[in-house]
Design a protein around this ligand. Structure first.
Ligand SMILES: Nc1nc2c(ncn2[C@@H]2O[C@H](COP(=O)(O)OP(=O)(O)OP(=O)(O)O)[C@@H](O)[C@H]2O)c(=O)[nH]1
Ligand SMILES: [Mg+2]
Ligand SMILES: [Zn+2]
Length: 309
């Protein structure tokens, strides 16, 4: 009687489209693999960044047998076990929307992923780049101002990426066309990622179609450091996280927390109450108004929240 010989190894998912994934095993091999059949039945899906158990069988496509517990998972863009989120916003083309940036920051803060602000296309509007940079620096974030065209700021981001701890994964996120893939190419020219055409920059071009993890070393390792490119479509809506409530909102705006102890009211919404220390700090210029505007918008959105999966 023939007995099948299995070998089970740990692996990290790098990429996946149409049910076919690529993963790096703990032996350092990059292999194509498929999830086990019953995942679909249980509505389970592996995502880039997932650590999994792969079952290797002679002559067969390796099978993803189990997804190991996730430290975190961002649904949009879909990526697991992230340490830092590079929230990317262009100074122009497309014109920056504070609310989009602040929603992504909320997602990161909610999952205890460190948000880092990357401002791109500084060559197109230096003043806007400085304005964005000043808002987020004042809130205490790491901010990088870059241009993939002139090359300014690119080395600083690269040096920051290389300072990541062993095994860390950093992921870009931001609207389509802001220049995420272009910045990755400027940092790591060997990547040769596809980017949108310069002649027809418009919102929603969706050049990058799926999340991919790239090793920061020549030879990918299961425990190595990775950087992820993601598509800019359908990015994060906090209302989609069931646990994300009005009560958790204020803690996702890190610059507001020092004011909570001095707020006059215990049940303050910090929207517009007279005497609210946050509203006062916004009015006297201590806190950036754009951030408070985003807080108010999100607070209102959460009022009508439906608990969808
Ligand atoms: N002027 C200028 N243009 C840039 C810069 N970075 C990117 N671009 C242009 O902006 C367009 C979009 O760049 P991509 O890198 O494809 O943008 P993306 O964020 O990866 O977009 P998606 O993959 O669709 O999410 C391209 O035409 C780039 O040439 C920059 O620093 N300055
Ligand atoms: Mg892209
Ligand atoms: Zn208040």
């Amino acid at each position: 009687m023939k007995t099948e010989v299995f070998k089970t190894v740990k692996a990290k998912i790098l990429h996946g489209v149409g049910g076919l994934y690529s993963a790096v095993t703990e032996d350092g091999a990059v292999v194509k693999c498929k999830p086990r059949g019953n995942f679909r039945h249980y509505d389970i899906s592996p995502y880039p960044g997932d650590n999994v158990l792969l079952r290797l069988r002679d002559g067969d496509v390796p099978m993803i047998a189990e997804i190991l517990p996730r430290r975190n998972f961002i649904k949009r863009p879909p990526v697991a076990n992230i340490d830092k989120l590079f929230i990317t916003v262009a100074a122009a083309c497309p014109s920056p929307a504070y609310i989009t940036v602040d929603k992504l920051i909320c997602a990161a803060e909610f999952y205890s992923i460190t948000p880092v602000l990357i401002i791109t296309k500084a060559d197109l509007d230096g003043a806007k780049a400085e304005e964005l940079s000043s808002v987020y620096r004042r809130c205490g974030f790491d901010v990088f101002v870059t241009s993939s065209v002139s090359g300014s700021g690119v080395d600083a981001v690269k040096a920051f990426v290389y300072r990541q701890a062993e095994g860390n994964v950093v992921a870009f996120a931001g609207e389509s066309g802001v220049g995420k893939s272009s910045l990755m190419n400027a940092m790591f020219e060997e990547l040769g990622l596809q980017t949108g055409e310069t002649s027809r920059i418009q919102r929603g071009k969706h050049t990058t179609r799926a999340v991919s993890l790239y090793s920061l070393e020549d030879n990918p390792r299961f425990d190595g450091a990775y950087i992820a490119d993601t598509p800019g479509f359908g990015i994060f809506e906090p209302t989609l996280i069931p646990e994300f409530t009005r009560e958790s909102l204020v803690s996702c705006f890190r610059e507001l927390s020092p004011y909570l102890t001095t707020c006059r009211y215990t049940k303050c919404t910090h929207l517009r109450e007279e005497g609210c220390s946050i509203v006062e700090a916004v009015n006297n210029g201590e806190l950036p108004r754009s951030r408070h505007d985003s807080y108010v918008t999100l607070y209102e959105e959460l009022k009508n929240k439906r608990y969808t999966k």
